[in-house]
Design a protein around this ligand. Structure first.
Ligand code: SAH
Ligand code: SF4
Ligand code: F3S
Length: 472
């Protein structure tokens, strides 16, 4: 009986087409590239129109309440889509699925969902899909945790010239507000030779930039013995020929050692850019967040970074309205932002995540106070971004061209080694190459420029991205 149903599905879905929607962080983006890679290896093709696609996958994020809400809204809309496209298979995966109460909700309230899997058994997807197609019965398969990393999954990169490389899964830090340790499990580092092999393969395939991913890249290797650590990994990757830009995220301030800072400074191909989420500037709040560093530690690390890495850009994440945050605590955060001169920041209203310690802390902060604080925080941050960007005016910077500008197909957009977005007129053929661009107008969130000469792009030494005086 069920076999018949599967046969009908396969016949009605001759295109074997799919569409993936990704919510959340780069880790999820990288997972989606793997899902896409596995599907393409099975002969599936991408179909942007969900009314025509045979398979839609929602790769979910649970980091804040509004992320959950967006996904539920999205799943809800497939009731209507499925009326138009009855053979559509709807699969839901990612961080939300690692929470049993959310899976329960989906199973009981959302019959339009056909397949559920989690972050730890992503590699099983082709098998699960096949089981679903054979049996035609809704399938829910989520693993609680995993202490191994499955290597060699095919990756379908969004950009041919740059790629993500996950160097570790999970997180051991249990910041009291954060759901990630529950959705991604404990830290498991990949063997360095596997990472180096993957990066070399990416470079051979045309990648000039890689971004190393982990919830706390600075603790990479802690589970693999003393010889393996993030500083050593950076130094090894720096020797790979034709790899021009190495980026990484995220750095936890508590584990950002001098050895890591020295490696960044010493390695020409490691970009002079660090995303260093501080979350708060108040030592009292940081303690309640279980971040394991103080205001003094932040200032010490930022000054060490600035001393050793010329022209470095530092960005951060800030949470406002953590339970018990007083006006005085918040003023400490503003003070630290001013002292650190962050190039930019992602700012978040504290969001209750059930199951985390902070969810049940006393003194939850009123929404109105959170909003008022985030606005003040943004005002300070924007002024600093504006001032820092002004220092790029008339300077010549090296830009890796990424795509044509969304609003104007005649303009290109790319990034400096310090992560600044630069828009300028150019030829789409330049996409994927590094160019020298003179900044003609510095704005708060981006830089406008003009191309001055084409780099030969041979992967040899290149200037730093510190704004250098324009030559006329
Ligand atoms: N591992 C990274 C952060 C990953 S989550 C780190 O430790 O820096 C990305 C960001 O989401 C965090 O830096 C934090 O600023 C924010 N975030 C996480 N949980 C949150 C919550 N419950 N409410 C608001 N923001 C949160
Ligand atoms: Fe979450 Fe903290 Fe782990 Fe980052 S380090 S993922 S904020 S628990
Ligand atoms: Fe979200 Fe999971 Fe990333 S909760 S932020 S997608 S690790």
């Amino acid at each position: 009986m069920s076999k018949k149903k599967s046969a009908t599905r396969i016949l009605n879905n001759p295109s074997r087409s799919f569409r993936i929607f990704t919510f959340g962080c780069q880790m999820n983006e990288n997972d989606s590239e793997k899902i896409s890679g596995m599907l393409k290896a099975l002969g599936y093709v991408e179909e942007m129109d969900v009314n025509k696609a045979g398979l839609v996958i929602l790769n979910t994020c649970s980091v804040r309440e509004n992320a959950d809400e967006r996904v539920f809204g999205n799943i809800g809309s497939y009731k209507t889509v499925k009326k138009k496209n009855p053979d559509l298979i709807l699969a839901v995966c990612g961080c939300m699925m690692q929470q049993p109460e959310i899976v329960n909700q989906i199973v009981t309230k959302y019959p339009q969902v056909d397949l559920v899997f989690g972050t730890h058994n992503l590699h099983q997807f082709p098998e699960l899909l096949n089981n679903y197609l054979v049996n035609g019965n809704r399938l829910v398969e989520v693993w609680d945790d995993s202490d191994t990393i499955v290597e060699d999954l095919p990756v379908d990169r969004k950009y041919p010239f740059k790629g993500f490389v996950t160097i570790m899964n999970g997180c051991n830090n249990f910041c009291t507000y954060c759901i990630v340790p529950y959705t991604r499990g404990r830290e498991v580092s990949r063997q360095p030779d596997k990472i180096i092999e993957e990066v070399k393969a990416l470079v051979a395939d045309g990648c000039v930039e890689i971004t190393l991913l982990g919830q706390n890249v600075n603790s990479y290797g802690n589970d693999l013995g003393e010889a393996v650590n993030f500083a050593a990994l950076l130094r090894d990757l720096n020797t790979i020929d034709k790899l021009m830009r190495i980026r990484f995220m995220t750095s936890h301030p508590k584990d950002l050692t001098d050895a890591v800072i020295d490696a960044i400074a010493a390695c020409d191909n490691v970009c002079n850019y660090i995303h260093l989420p501080i979350q708060s500037g108040s030592s009292r709040v940081l303690k309640a967040m279980n971040r394991k560093y103080s205001q003094e530690d932040i200032l010490d690390r930022v000054s060490a970074i600035r001393k050793k890495i010329p022209g470095v850009a530092i960005t951060t994440d800030i949470i406002v309205g953590f339970p018990g945050e007083t006006e005085a605590d918040f003023l400490e955060t503003l003070k630290v932002i001013e002292l650190c001169q962050f190039d930019s920041a992602f700012t978040f209203l504290y969001s209750i995540r059930s199951g985390t310690p902070a969810a049940t802390m006393a003194d939850q902060i009123a929404d109105s106070v959170k909003h008022e604080r985030i606005n003040r925080c943004l005002e300070v941050l924007h002024q600093i971004s504006h001032d820092i960007n002004q220092s790029y005016q008339d300077q010549v910077v090296q830009v890796l061209v990424e795509e044509t500008s969304r609003n104007n197909p005649e303009r290109l957009t790319g990034r400096t080694r310090t992560g600044k977005v630069v828009n300028f007129a150019g030829d789409p053929e330049d996409i994927g190459t590094e160019l020298m661009v003179r900044i003609t107008q510095a704005k708060t969130f981006s830089l406008d420029g003009e191309k001055i000469r084409q780099e030969d792009n041979n992967g040899t030494a290149h200037p730093d991205d510190d704004p250098i005086p324009a030559t006329s």
